[in-house]
Design a protein around this ligand. Sequence first.
Ligand SMILES: [Cu+2]
Length: 263
Amino acid sequence: MVAIWVVGIAIGIPLALIIPWFPTKGSLQASNIHTLYDVLLIASVPIFVLVETVVLYSVWNFRMRPGEEEKDGAPIHGNTRLEVAWTVLPTILIVGLCTYAYTVLHGNEKTHPGAMVVNVTERQFGFEFSYPRTGGKQIVSPVLYLPNRRPVVFKLRSLDVIHSFFVPQFSEKLDAVPGITTTLRVTPTRVGTYPAECTELCGAGHGLMRASVQVVPDARFQSWMSTQKLDGAPPVGNPPTQSSQPGIPGATGNNHSTAGPSE
Ligand SMILES: [Cu+2]
């Protein structure tokens, strides 16, 4: 049985790692998430193969044979050492993996000095991106332009119901909740065009709620910025203020114009 288990692991781990679970890595955070996922796979395969081997071995070896319909199984009264082992070992494994996962997620949330702030305003059923500039002005765009390799802080707001902001290639996802501002940090590492999607069922048009993300070299981003006109207010409107939503504690209202270009 040990031989079957070892062979199962030898086949299972490369097989699990070869499957393309994720889209192309497009951010620093995605690299960390993909590594975390690989570690979880490497830890899970031996346990999966062990459980399946024991199940199949038991089903075959201890199956009922003709004439044994009335027979009962052997009386078993437990095994203290075995029970301690199968409680302690999974506990150590789970605590270890949780600690590692927490470290990765905590690291992905780290604030980088000089990060660029981008406001993401969501409504039924679209996204709008605004780049705060000095003097309370902002650049507003339906397409999310990002300079490659520059840390970005997304400030998510919703104008109506709960939405979310997800770029699969960034491997980062967060809800946009009416009345509060949620924060997501991403450092793009690959030039390309990606989709931004809402992954929170938000109404009839939810399936169409998408936007385009363009990660471009820094020089191209700067020239795009210089061609954009500075506006005071976004066309889709401002998030409701606290006074218009008395039931929602901590509603931040519109602070589009107060933030500078970096956090
Ligand atoms: Cu949605």
